[in-house]
Design a binder for this molecule. Structure first.
Ligand code: SAH
Length: 257
């Protein structure tokens, strides 16, 4: 049984048992945990997950794959839907730990990442295969080209670990770019500021990454009636540590509550 890959759905199926084993080991879910797989496709990874863990739920948008998975794996819970439209409450197991895993489709990597990061500590962790370039952005630090919105948000909302590289040759069809697997562990601590305010500051700052903060944030400062604030606005966004964006957000919008 195999599917004709649909490019429009970012279908690149994994064909390497060693990589599948390494991803399964990284998931490392316990007895009382649910594993939620994003984009199971033909079920290459799903097969490993079902062997290793008791409770696996998969979300897949391609109806052909959903039918195939249902026949192939009677123990699998499959939802036919778009991950970006799913409500986490409908897929999380209440009273259990939840771990997210997936070889996620390239065309919506960032929206999926933000959906996972924004959900906060409802997950214990996420293990995700993505373009290497995006994986590098997640772990990048100040002063590097890869450092940006994704880095700051990921590092403030949790801990990111770059696990290992995955060659483009282990997929069918082969993608144009190299891939990597990362692990994201959401922080259990609440942010001192509103996430929406933090996002406004981070996104507005990096939208013009070569400009000084005083310039990029002009409108935001004006809207908040902040003529001057106690923060060095002559800096460029890529000179700030992630935590400094919290300080900056506090100075502009104040703390939560
Ligand atoms: N896990 C499989 C397939 C990965 S390819 C493997 O490693 O072999 C990416 C998968 O995500 C495809 O099966 C594709 O149909 C699915 N997909 C694409 N867009 C999706 C969406 N919006 N919601 C859920 N799944 C999606």
């Amino acid at each position: 049984m195999s599917l004709k890959p649909k490019k429009s759905l970012g279908q690149h199926f994994l064909r390497d048992q060693n990589i599948l084993r390494k991803i399964t080991m990284a998931v490392g879910a316990g007895k009382n945990e649910r594993v939620i797989e994003i984009g199971p496709g033909e079920g290459a990874l799903t097969e490993w997950l079902l062997q290793a863990f008791d409770d696996v739920l998969a979300i897949e948008v391609d109806g052909r794959a959903v039918d195939m998975l249902g026949e192939r794996f009677p123990d699998l819970k499959v939802r036919h839907g778009d991950i970006l439209k799913e409500n986490w409450d409908d897929v999380l197991a209440a009273g259990k730990g939840n771990v997210v895993v997936g070889n996620i489709p390239y065309y919506i990597t960032s929206p999926i990442l933000f959906k996972i990061m924004d959900a906060g500590p409802v997950f214990r962790k996420a293990v995700l295969l993505m373009q290497k370039e995006v994986a590098e952005r997640l772990v990048a630090g100040p002063g590097t080209k890869a450092y940006g919105i994704l880095s700051v948000q990921a590092q403030l909302l949790g801990e990111v670990e770059y696990l290992f590289d995955v060659s483009r040759h282990v997929f069918f069809p082969k993608p144009k770019v190299e891939s990597a697997v990362i692990e994201f562990r959401p922080s259990q601590k609440e942010l001192p500021v509103h996430l929406a305010d933090l996002k406004t500051v981070v996104r507005t700052s990096f939208n013009q990454r070569r400009k000084m903060l005083s310039n990029s944030l002009k409108q935001v400062l004006k809207q908040q009636n902040k003529e001057t604030i106690d923060f060095d606005l002559n800096l460029r966004p890529d000179q700030l540590m992630p935590e400094e964006f919290i300080t900056l957000t506090t100075k502009i919008f104040g703390n939560k509550s």
